[in-house]
Ligand binder design. Structure first.
Ligand SMILES: [Zn+2]
Length: 252
């Protein structure tokens, strides 16, 4: 049976002469591949649809044996034309998109990542933010959406609020903050613990609670930025098993 779903197009490839394979993200299924037979010939059935960074309403069915997904037709809902005209915005959008593709969310995480990626593309297009922070904010927010939600405000051992402490220890492995008093009593060395500023943890906490439209105009002091980058990359490597390498995320 055919169903109609909104999808973000992540990647499109050609096989045989006129057939296309399309890597898609939908809320109900997460990331998957579907085929558009004759997709490059039949301009009418897929008018303007088969390009990355498009939001398309696709009619999706499967072959008779149910072995693969097949696109019957599509109508373009948003081609993000203005975003695509700005190379800095495209770079950031592609980076976010590649991250989602590397995570390969299934049906259980599809809804959260579909709405996060769509929000991000709409914000990049409508608000044309300056700077280049969207990819790192996106990666952090996506990790939080996947269920990693550390308590950034209190010591995980004694429960004390971090208040005006200058720096504390944060463990990427346990997602716990350790205040300096508890750190003194701590015996085993945690290789994934980093000494960070409370400002860095507040920034991460804010990212966890905010939406892409609120990220416009966000600035970070260079030391906070460095620490946020380091923690997010460690987080992604440890919890999602992904590492940035040569322009793509790879499973490690
Ligand atoms: Zn403590």
């Amino acid at each position: 049976m055919d169903v109609t779903e909104k999808a973000l197009v992540l990647r499109v490839g050609r096989f045989r002469e006129a057939d296309a394979w399309v890597r898609l993200l939908t809320a109900a299924r997460g990331v998957f591949t579907a085929f558009a037979f004759g997709g490059f010939r039949s301009r009418r059935r897929f008018l303007g649809c088969l390009d990355p960074l498009n939001l398309v309403l696709f009619t999706i069915g499967s072959d008779r044996k149910g072995a693969y997904q097949q696109l019957a037709e599509g109508s373009l809902l948003n081609g993000f034309k203005e975003l695509k005209a700005d190379s800095s915005l495209v770079g950031q959008a592609v980076n976010c998109m590649k991250f989602v593709e590397a995570i390969e969310p299934g049906p259980e995480d599809g809804r959260a990542l579909f709405s996060l990626l769509l929000d991000t593309l709409e914000t990049l297009e409508q608000k044309t933010p300056t700077g280049d922070l969207f990819p790192i904010l996106f990666r952090a927010k996506a990790s939080f959406e996947l269920g990693f939600t550390p308590d950034f405000s209190n010591c995980g051992r004694c429960g004390a609020g971090l208040g005006s402490a200058a720096s504390v220890s944060f463990s990427v492995e346990s997602g716990q903050v350790t205040c300096s008093a508890c750190k003194l009593q701590q015996k085993p060395v945690d290789g994934l613990a980093r000494q960070v500023s409370v400002g860095t943890l507040r920034t991460l906490d804010w990212i966890m609670r905010s939406n892409p439209s609120e990220w416009v105009g966000l600035g970070m002091a260079s030391e906070v930025r460095r620490q946020v980058f380091e923690l997010v990359e460690l987080f992604i490597a440890y919890h999602l098993g992904l590492q940035w390498e040569g322009g793509n995320y790879k499973k490690v």
